[in-house]
Design a protein around this ligand. Structure first.
Ligand code: 13P
Length: 281
């Protein structure tokens, strides 16, 4: 049950009332750690990389690795291109075999966001892949390089966006932001509930790092079926390496590699439990 499309995973999650973790990865160790967690817990999963991360992890190298790892997996894994900015990179991801792509036009005027997202959806369709769009503006930025202000989703606009683009998954802005929160976010569950009642599509929560477990669970109850986690993975990998050096359990390169895998594994395990996707593979 290897590489799969994202849409069926999310449709099943919508029916089953849980969310699928979408874990950002930057190297082989993170891929191995996430896959170890999802295989062990028999969870469906999504592994993803965002366009802004490609300076550190070139798409032509990490992309085939992600696709190969999904193909080798004993559980269904979709491979997703997160926060696509350019048609060139989105097409490259599809050529490599990603089964889902996002165009992030959340910072653009509405009609422009609709136009390019609809084009991206059409392109994804040609490859038999799926497409995610974003309406409203999630705060921060995927790699922390910008401090974009939160602009909460308008449910009526979300419906219009969905009807005009036909996306398979829709990212909403409900007070969430990328990166570590300066204070615990106060999520707009009212906006989420209204959007979910109005728009019949799996909703996506970006900026998963730092959201409280009870808030995640409430989001899932109200219609979130895909949750993006990036910073928490990177932090967990770094912490695992630091701890292992601290307690002198790293004696050579392969111990370092093991510590990295362990960090990604523990973080994925924690989120899988909260999202309710264990044993849903
Ligand atoms: P965090 O870095 O806050 O977990 O956000 C991840 C994300 O939304 C990637 O698209």
């Amino acid at each position: 049950m290897p590489l799969v499309n994202m849409a069926p995973l999310l449709q099943k999650a919508r029916k089953g009332g849980y969310a699928v973790g979408s874990f950002s990865v930057a190297n082989m160790e993170m891929v191995l750690g996430v896959l170890k967690a999802v295989e062990e817990t028999k969870s469906p999963a999504i592994i993803q990389i965002a366009e802004v991360r490609l300076n550190h992890s070139p798409l032509e190298l990490i992309g085939p690795l992600m696709v190969a790892a999904a193909k080798n997996s004993s559980v269904p894994v979709a491979v997703h291109f997160d926060h696509g900015k350019t048609a060139e990179k989105i097409r490259q991801a599809l050529d490599i075999g990603f089964t889902s792509v996002m165009f992030d036009g959340s910072h653009l005027p509405f009609e422009e966001n609709v136009r390019i997202t609809a084009q991206t959806k059409k392109l994804a369709d040609e490859y038999g892949a799926d497409c995610e769009g974003e309406i409203g503006c999630v705060g921060g930025s995927e790699d922390g390089s910008e401090d974009i202000a939160i602009n909460c989703t308008s449910p009526a606009q979300a419906l219009e966006f969905y009807e005009k683009t036909g996306v398979d998954a829709l990212a909403v802005a409900i007070g969430n932001a990328h990166g570590n929160y300066k204070q615990t976010p106060k999520l707009r569950f009212d906006i989420l509930e209204e959007t979910s009642n109005l728009v019949n599509v799996p909703l996506v929560l970006h900026g998963g790092t730092g959201i409280l477990p009870e808030d995640f669970k409430k989001c899932v109850k109200l219609g979130i079926n895909k949750i993006n986690i990036a910073t928490a993975t990177f932090d967990s990998v770094e912490k695992s390496v630091r701890t292992s050096y601290g307690n002198k359990s790293i004696n050579g390169y392969y111990d370092l590699q093991t510590a990295e895998v362990e960090g990604a594994y523990l973080n994925a395990l924690k989120h899988i439990e909260i999202f309710g996707c264990a044993n849903k593979a």
